[in-house]
Each structure stands twice: as structure tokens, then as C-alpha cells.
Design a binder for this molecule. Structure first.
Ligand code: ADP
Ligand code: F6P
Length: 324
């Protein structure tokens, strides 16, 4: 086929996520196995604009599947919203013979990919974010590792919280989304889960819950607070003053983004990386790969970005029942 893609690029963009390396490895090895050349672009769109582009061979992705972070590096590149910058990036791709590009990142990175697709570069997005805040998919690369990391940390806080009969507010990442908070809240048996999607700022309800649970004989009170709500330290002071229960805040922070990816993140990222290359070989562009209703699927980027994702209310109800 005369117009079949011969060279593709791969980059990681936005916040790093465990499993990105497994995806890079899968893109590189699938491309080479299918007879394509593959170029790694360092530091996301920023590196693309600075032409930080290198040829990648099979051995260049050896020994990375088990590593956190991204071997290509990542960056935020605010100027990429400008059409003239997007045009420049597309010109650089063309100069380096890059006809297709796999972008591993979140919603923001997809918008960059969409812009490049408009400029004639075939692009495929892979969902790389610990936040799980991409609507077209039930799974994002890194979420599973992040929730397991956070869960283990929260178990440790719970040990000391119970020993001292304290209340602990533990703030988890997620930007404006509450999925990490919800999953850890249930997995760690939290007494309260505060998520930005439905938080009503009714602190009196939290205070009442702490007092009620004390009367029921609970020795700790774990509140998982999503970073989209934030202010955990000041919240701790107010709650301690209102309840008389010693209260501490712990902000887990960036440790949630690091570490060796779980089996699930390695497996899904590997399949998604291969899937992206196969879409490019089929001549597809402006698509994103997701895992939905039990299957790997692809969606138009524009449609994917327009989709809405709800927090499962039933899960929140379950958490309330189980934390009694
Ligand atoms: P994520 O991809 O995880 O959502 P960001 O929102 O920080 O992370 O976006 C990552 C990068 O994607 C940005 O630094 C920018 O380079 C690019 N990007 C974000 N929004 C847009 C947009 N509207 N148009 C073009 N590029 C964008
Ligand atoms: O999107 C991933 C994420 O870790 C969010 O959970 C968090 O809000 C943000 O990135 C933190 O970004 P930075 O690394 O720039 O502090």
C-alpha cells in the first residue's frame, strides 16, 4: 500500500503515571514487529517543539516494564494551545518523517493530539493518568497502582490513628475527580469520603458522624479527602475544635504517582500500546483507546472529550453502610 504509515512517534504528556513505560514498550515493540520505524519524543509536546526526538529500537525499551514514571520524560507545555505552535509541531513531525503519533496522557494531552490530527498527523491517544478522569474509559494507565499505593499508606495512618484514638484526614490526589478517594475510601474502610463531585461543604455532618461513631465504640475516624476539595490542615483544626477529638491531616501527595506498576497497569498498558499501533497501521487517526464494558475499544477524540463520567452513587451509599 503506497500511503501506509512507515514511521510513528510516541510521547508521554501531562502528569506521569505508573504503566506509561509498559505502554511505551508496547508501542515500540509492536511497531517494529509490524515493520515500522519508531521515534521516541522526550518531554511531551515541549520536547517535540524542541525536536528532542530519537530513534527507538527493541532493546531501548528493555528493563522498563516494571518501572514507574516514564523513560521518555513528560512535561506540561502551556503554549501548545496556540494554533501556530501546533502547526510548528506538525511541521516538526513531518520533518522527522513522523506520520503517526501515539500520545499517552490525559484529557489535556488528547486536545493536543486532536490539534495535531487537524494538521495532518495521524494521532492516537492512550489514557495515561492516575486520576481515572477520562470519560470514555473505565480504566486509565496508572490508576490501579496509585490506589494500591494510597491504600497501603492509608492502612499505616490508620494503625497510628487507632492507637491514639484520633481522627485522621487523609488527602489523596485526583485533581478535580474523586475516583482515588472513592476507591480508597471503600478499600480502607473510611468513615467519611469527601469527593469534589458531590461534596456539600456540610462540616457539621462530618462532626456529627465522628461523635456518633465514637459513641458506637470506634477508636479511629478516617476521612478520605480528595485534593479537589483540599484544605485538609485547616479542616483538621476545625474538626478537632468542634468534636474534642484529636485530629491530624496527612497529605499523601506525589508518592501516589510513583512506584512499580501493578500487574493490571502493566497488562492493560501493554495491550493498549499495541492497539494504538494497530489503529495507526489501519490508517486511523484522531482516536483514543479505552477499556469499556469489558473490552478494549477506540473512540473519536472529539466524542470522547464530550462524554460525561459520573461518580457511582451506589458505591458511595455502600461506603456509608459499611463504615458503621
Ligand atoms: P493531562 O493530559 O494529564 O490532562 P494537562 O491538562 O496538563 O494533563 O495537559 C497536558 C498537556 O497537553 C498540556 O501541557 C498542553 O501541552 C496540552 N494541552 C492541554 N490542553 C490543550 C488544548 N486545549 N489544546 C492543545 N493542547 C493542550
Ligand atoms: O493528573 C495527575 C495529578 O497527579 C493530579 O492528581 C494532581 O492534581 C496533579 O497531577 C499534580 O500535578 P503536578 O505534578 O504538576 O503537581
Amino acid at each position: 500500500m503506497a500511503d501506509q504509515i512507515k514511521t510513528i512517534g510516541v510521547l508521554t504528556s501531562g502528569g506521569d503515571a505508573p504503566g506509561m513505560n509498559a505502554a511505551i514498550r508496547a508501542v515500540v515493540r509492536t511497531a517494529i514487529a509490524r515493520g515500522l520505524k519508531v521515534k521516541g519524543i522526550e518531554r511531551g509536546y515541549m520536547g517535540l517543539l524542541h525536536e528532542e526526538i530519537k530513534d527507538m529500537q527493541t532493546r531501548d525499551v528493555s528493563d522498563i516494564i516494571q518501572r514507574g514514571g516514564t523513560v521518555l520524560g513528560t512535561a506540561r507545555c502551556p503554549e501548545f494551545v496556540k494554533p501556530e505552535i501546533q502547526q510548528k509541531a506538525a511541521d516538526i513531525c513531518k520533518k522527522h518523517g513522523i506520520q503517526g503519533l501515539v500520545v499517552i496522557g490525559g484529557d489535556g494531552s488528547y486536545r493536543g493530539a486532536q490539534a495535531l490530527a487537524r494538521q495532518g498527523i495521524n494521532t492516537i491517544g492512550l489514557p495515561g493518568t492516575i486520576d481515572l478522569d477520562i470519560s470514555c474509559t473505565d480504566y486509565t494507565i496508572g490508576f490501579d497502582t496509585a490506589i494500591n499505593t494510597a491504600m497501603e499508606a492509608i492502612d499505616k495512618v490508620r494503625d497510628t490513628s487507632s492507637s491514639h484514638e484520633r481522627c485522621s484526614i487523609i488527602e489523596v490526589m485526583g485533581r478535580n475527580a474523586g475516583y482515588i478517594a472513592l476507591w480508597c475510601g471503600i478499600a480502607n474502610g473510611a468513615e467519611d469520603i469527601l469527593i469534589p463531585e458531590n461534596y456539600d461543604y456540610d462540616e457539621q455532618a462530618i462532626v456529627n458522624n465522628i461523635i456518633e461513631k465514637r459513641k458506637m465504640g470506634k477508636k479511629h475516624h478516617i476521612i478520605i479527602n480528595a485534593e479537589g476539595i483540599g484544605h485538609s490542615n485547616s479542616m483538621a483544626k476545625r474538626i478537632e475544635a468542634a468534636t474534642g477529638v484529636e485530629t491530624r491531616a496527612t497529605i499523601l501527595g506525589h508518592m501516589q504517582r510513583g512506584g512499580s506498576p501493578t500487574c493490571k497497569d502493566r497488562y492493560y498498558a501493554s495491550v493498549m500500546g499495541a492497539y494504538a499501533v494497530d489503529l495507526l497501521i489501519q490508517g486511523k487517526t484522531k482516536r483514543v483507546v479505552g477499556y469499556k464494558n469489558g473490552a478494549f475499544q477506540d473512540f473519536d477524540i472529539e466524542e470522547a472529550l464530550a462524554m460525561k463520567k459520573d461518580i457511582p452513587e451506589y458505591s458511595l451509599e455502600v461506603s456509608r453502610v459499611l463504615s458503621r
